[in-house]
Structures are given as C-alpha cells and as structure tokens.
Design a protein around this ligand. Structure first.
Ligand code: TRP
Length: 491
C-alpha cells in the first residue's frame, strides 16, 4: 500500500499523550507511516475552540509536539521518520483560507447534525455559550484534509463523522464549481483500534478523568498510576481465584507485554497463584521497556529546542508547497482568478526552507524574503557619469553627475541625477568614474548626503578578500555598463 494519508491531533487537555492516545491513534500513524506518504499535523487552531488562554495554548502545543515526535522517532527508523511531513496547522495559512471558502458550500443543517456541536448542546450549554469556532470545526478539519488530497484519513471512531462531512463538503464543492478539485477521502479506522478504557475500568482513558497511564512522566508517577489500576474487585487475597474480564492490568498487558509471559500470568491469576502486585509490577516493567526509545528521545528533544524547531519548519515548508498548489486550483475553480489577478502571490511559495537557509548562512540574522513582484519594482538603469568630483569636507564621498538620456527625462522631468558613492577609503578617485558607464538604481527615495541629496545608488559587487591581517569591509568593484544604451532598464 502506498497511499497518501493525512491526520492530526488537537493539543487539548494539557497536550500530553497517554497510553490510550498511543493505542487509539499514534500507534496507527506509526505503522502506516512506514509504507505510505504521511502528513501529520498538530491541529493547534482546533484547540482554540476550547483553550483561550495564551500560556496554556502555547504550552500545550509544545508538549504535544514533543510527545508526538518522541513517539514517532522512538518507534521508527531515521529513514522512515524522515518521510513524514510533520507540521503545525497554524504554520500553513492555507488551512484557514480554505476553511473560509468551504464555509460557503457547507449547508447549515449538515453542521447542526455534527457531534461536536450537538454534544455540547446536550450538555446543557446554551447556544449563546458556544462559539462559532466550535460550530465551524468540521470545515476547518475538511480544509486540513482536502488541501492534501489524501486517499485515507486515519482517525479514531469519534472522528469518523468529521471525515464523512469532509467527503460531503468535497463532493458539493466539486459539483457546484463543476471541477474535480478535491478527491473524496475515506476514513480509515483500523479494527484493532480499541478505545481502551482508563485505569478505572469504566470510562475512556482521559486526562481530565484522572484515569490515565502516562508515557513521558517520571517513573515514580507512572508506577503510581499502574498501582492504582482497576483489577478484580471480588478478589481479596492473592490466593483467591481472579477474574480477567474487565481487568485493566491484563488488558494493558495484551498490548505492551510479552505474550507467553502474559498467558502464564493469566493462568496463574485465575487459579489464585499470583498476587495483583506482581502482575502490576510486570506491567510497569513492560511499559518502561516498551517506551524506552521514546522516553530517551523525549529527553533529547526537550534539551534541543532548535532541532524541534527545524523539524517543524521543514514540515511546514513541505506542507505549504502542497497546500498552496491546491489553493491555486481552488481560487481558479471558484472564479477568484481573472485578468487582474496577481498570480505570483498565490504561487507555490515554499518560502520557509529558503528563509531558513538564509538565516543559517547569516548566523541567525533575519533576512526578509521579497516576492518577484516586489523585486521587479526596483528600477535599474544604465547611466553615464558626466561629472565626478570629491565632495568637499568629506573623506569618503565622490559626487557623480549621471546622465540617463531623453526617455528617462520624459519619465522624471530631468535627464541627470546627482549620485554619491562613499568609496575614497578604498582608493577610488573621481577619474575612476568619469566618462564611464555603470548600473544605477534610479527609483530609490533620495538620501541626504551632507548638504545635498543622493538621488540613486551605483551598483557594485564585493571584491576579493582583504589581504591577510587586514580587517573591514571588502573593496567594492563597480559593475561596468560599457556598450549598453544609456538609460536602458534592466529587466
Ligand atoms: N479533530 C481531530 C481530533 O480531535 C484532529 C484533527 C484536526 C484531524 N484536523 C484533522 C484528524 C485532520 C484528521 C484529519 O481528533
């Protein structure tokens, strides 16, 4: 099977993952990621429906990122992990953009029937106390999915309806705009995904119910959680015959422990030949062994925020490249593109990787990326220096009068410009410029130089390295424009 998969986890609760999350979701992602193209997001925008506290949200996101990455890297080889596109939903702006468009092809009734919203209403919450974010949660999730045109969406049972709504929305979009922009994804809910109950043996494992077994907490805390796990309430002495049904310790052993040893313990338990505490100790040991790599990775990643940041930046760049491509199709399909459209703004812009490279090259200093449109606003022209003099009372400046010809005069009302260059310190003299042609930037805002204004800038490139032992800026070398028409624009 080589399919494209998309899924996400919302950083709700406190953002940490417990063994219930592992068995219910992450384990499947790990298995599937080995042989499929996997897009996995931290659905941080979804968390805003319930978490409206800056500190908590940002902490939750960090926690979930660390937890997920530790599991993925703990259970996958380096190569398998490198294939996963792991990113933050909010790093890819196309998610909200598409949600906004999907709102318009989503019938109100469809959303009123959605669980997330209906369940809230049933909990005696007034409609006025439900925010529209919760209501439009399915459209955001549809956008999350449809941007990547996946074949499958692996989710837990509780999310099946959302994937069905996504199919519905995708179908409507394709029909309304008479174009098959979106593929209809299938929900993928592996049979083995048991919604494992919590340590109370009664309710679904959930942080807020306090019935979890953690993965990344200290050993002592996890030991306590294991010791507090529900077993067989009818059993008072270790010699009493024990029951396995509903016994959570044995349920967990099935997933995390050695099969033969577990079977042996089961037999002994039924005959009253082994104490609860022994079985629990074995579960604790098994969990520690099972998650050894993940727990080790967690410590390493927690100590290296730059590495985590890099993974997320790479992921966002890759996700964006795909998402922006789909958005370009969507804009086209709905009629947002016409002869006045600024198409370059909506091209695939994997800006993040380029920005990262630049930042690295410049020792972390930020460089701003500009678009091609922005760059073409720079006016570069061939000019001829008709006067060159040292500027009085200055040690650096050479004052040039530059001729740009009649066409230039038509645009600007004047064929000549006064342009300064501060290069006498490098040994340049006015004679180096006089009667020669160079390239100039001619649409800069004028800049004051002593008692005059510089009305442009001459182009130069960095010269050779300075001689050994000498420090300072490299000598500029001026770019000759000899042989080109005066006033000609570079394009
Ligand atoms: N709503 C999902 C949940 O709470 C998380 C999620 C967000 C998701 N976007 C998604 C799952 C896209 C699958 C695909 O579990």
């Amino acid at each position: 099977m080589n399919k494209r998969l998309v899924s996400g986890i919302t950083p709700s609760g406190d953002g940490s993952l417990h063994i219930g999350n592992y068995l219910g979701a992450v384990r499947q992602f790990i298995e599937l990621a080995k042989s499929n193209e996997t897009y996995l997001m931290v659905a941080d925008l979804h968390a805003l429906t319930t978490i409206q506290d800056k500190k908590q949200l940002s902490a939750n996101i960090e926690t979930l990122v660390l937890n997920e990455l530790s599991l993925l890297r703990g259970f996958l080889t380096e190569k398998e992990f490198a294939k996963i596109v792991f990113f933050r939903q909010s790093d890819v702006v196309e998610h909200t953009e598409l949600q906004s468009i999907l709102n318009n092809v989503t019938p109100l009734g469809l959303i009123k029937r959605a669980h997330a919203y209906k369940d809230k209403l049933q909990k005696d919450v007034m409609e006025d106390d439900i925010n529209v974010g919760l209501f439009s949660y399915p459209m955001l999730m549809a956008a999350d999915i449809l941007l990547y045109k996946p074949d499958l969406v692996p989710v837990g049972k509780d999310q099946k309806q959302h994937v069905e709504i996504t199919r519905d929305i995708a179908g409507r979009f394709n029909k309304i705009f008479a174009k098959n922009v979106f593929t209809l994804p299938e929900p993928y809910i592996p049979e083995a995904v048991a919604a494992v109950l919590g340590t109370d043996g009664k309710r679904k494992m959930s942080k807020s119910l306090g019935n979890i077994i953690s993965i990344f907490e200290d050993e002592e805390k996890i030991r306590k959680q294991v010791m507090g796990t529900y077993t067989d309430p009818t059993r008072i002495h270790a010699t009493d015959p024990g029951h396995l049904e509903g016994n959570m310790v044995f349920t967990y052993l099935e997933f995390f422990a050695d099969k033969t040893k577990t079977d042996g313990l089961k037999e002994a338990y039924k005959k009253g030949q082994v104490a609860d505490i022994e079985v629990k100790n074995y579960l604790f040991e098994s969990l520690m062994k099972y998650f050894t790599n993940a727990r080790k990775t967690y410590k390493e990643l927690a100590a290296n925020p730059a590495a985590v940041k890099k993974i997320l930046e790479d992921g966002a760049g890759k996700a964006r490249a795909v998402a922006a491509g789909t958005m370009a199709e969507v804009r086209e399909a709905v009629g947002l593109v016409n002869q006045y459209s600024n198409t370059t703004n909506h091209q695939i812009l994997p800006i993040l990787p380029i920005q990262n490279k630049l930042n690295q090259m410049n020792g972390g200093e930020n460089i701003s990326i500009i678009t091609i449109d922005e760059f073409t606003k720079v006016e570069l022209r061939v000019g001829k220096v008709i006067e060159a003099t040292n500027k009085e009372r200055s040690e650096k400046l050479i004052r040039l009068v530059v001729e740009f010809g009649p066409a230039f005069a038509k645009s600007y009302g004047e064929a000549k410009r006064i342009i300064f260059t501060g290069v006498r310190g490098f040994g340049y003299t006015p004679a180096d410029f006089l009667n020669k042609q160079f390239f100039f930037i001619t649409n800069l805002a004028p800049r004051k130089m002593m008692d005059e204004e510089s009305q442009g800038m001459i182009l130069a490139v960095d010269g050779d390295e300075l001689p050994f032992g000498q420090h300072g800026p490299k000598k500029p070398v001026f770019v000759s424009a000899e042989g080109f028409s005066i006033g000609a624009k570079i394009r």
